[in-house]
Design a protein around this ligand. Structure first.
Ligand code: MLY
Length: 271
């Protein structure tokens, strides 16, 4: 989207209030992103969480990184925060007495991996991201403090390069139901209250990450529960104004040629 999106107006219109920062497992100030494309690191394989693999930074946006596991193709790129517990500087795996693993979908036979890894390491020591790029992970809130009707910013899991405005639609123990505003349920999901995929209102603006405007389908908010009556609505002077940004930091817009290969990056892009 290229329009401008103002959280202030959006919240005043819907009568909901932003979830307090203390609800989230996110740093109060988004961590600085000191990675640059081409840098390499160790990452957990999101499709095979027991494995730590070598990964390359493909894009950076705000406090986020788009990563590709070395030896894998461009169809399984994934996003991480610079303060994620799933990424580490080169050498971490060995320091834990573990071995680097081939990514799920390693292009060649697994028996080729030791040779592949040796060559990779010989060629790319100068590309290893310095330790200082990796930021300490934020602490967990002690419990689920979300309430139905609270506003947040959430990663669209079907289009994980996108973050959009959303509302807590339901609560179930340690889980919250994330409902994207204006999309009639097409992108909604359950997640734990301490998921790294959800952010406080204003996070994108602080982090320098684009935020999508709400969809235009149906009501901007839906499933208004008991915790979201007009009487507790946010102040209309809420001083947050967010311009949706153009993809200036190498983040592709939906539909742009984000992979040069023949297959699309994401198997299920929902339009
Ligand atoms: N391809 C989709 C992307 C929609 C994204 C919605 N998210 C942010 C909830 C479209 O433009 O229709």
């Amino acid at each position: 989207g290229t329009g401008s999106f103002s959280w202030g107006e959006h919240i005043a219109e819907s009568g909901d209030r932003p979830a307090p920062k203390t609800c989230f497992r996110q740093a109060t100030i988004p961590p600085e992103n000191e990675f640059t494309p081409g840098m390499k690191l160790e990452s957990r394989d999101p499709r095979n969480s027991m494995s730590i693999c070598i990964a390359t930074v493909i894009y950076t946006s705000g406090s986020r990184l788009c990563l590709r596991l070395d030896g894998s193709d461009n169809r399984n790129d994934f996003w991480s925060l610079v303060d994620s517990e799933d990424i580490h500087p080169y050498g971490w795996c060995e320091s834990k007495g573990e071995q680097l693993q081939p990514p799920l979908g390693f292009a060649k036979n697994a028996s080729c991996y030791p040779v592949f890894l040796n060559k990779l390491l010989q060629e790319s020591m100068s590309m290893m991201a310095p330790k200082s790029c990796f930021k300490p992970a934020p602490s967990h809130p002690e419990k689920n403090k979300f309430e139905v009707g609270m506003k947040l910013e959430a990663i669209d899991r079907k289009n994980p390069h996108l973050i959009g405005p959303a509302t807590v639609g339901d609560i179930d123990g340690d889980k919250i139901y994330v409902q994207f505003d204006g999309w009639r349920g097409a992108f909604d999901y359950w997640c734990r209250y301490d998921s790294r995929d959800i952010f406080y209102v204003g996070w994108c603006a602080l982090a320098g990450h684009p935020i999508q405007p709400p969809g235009t389908k149906g009501n901007l908010t839906h499933n208004k529960g008991p915790g979201s009556t007009k009487s507790q609505s946010a102040s209309p002077n809420l001083a947050i104004h967010i311009e949706t940004q153009s993809p200036s930091v190498g983040i592709p817009s939906p539909g742009s040629a984000r992979s040069t290969g023949s297959k699309r990056h994401s198997p299920a892009v929902n339009r």
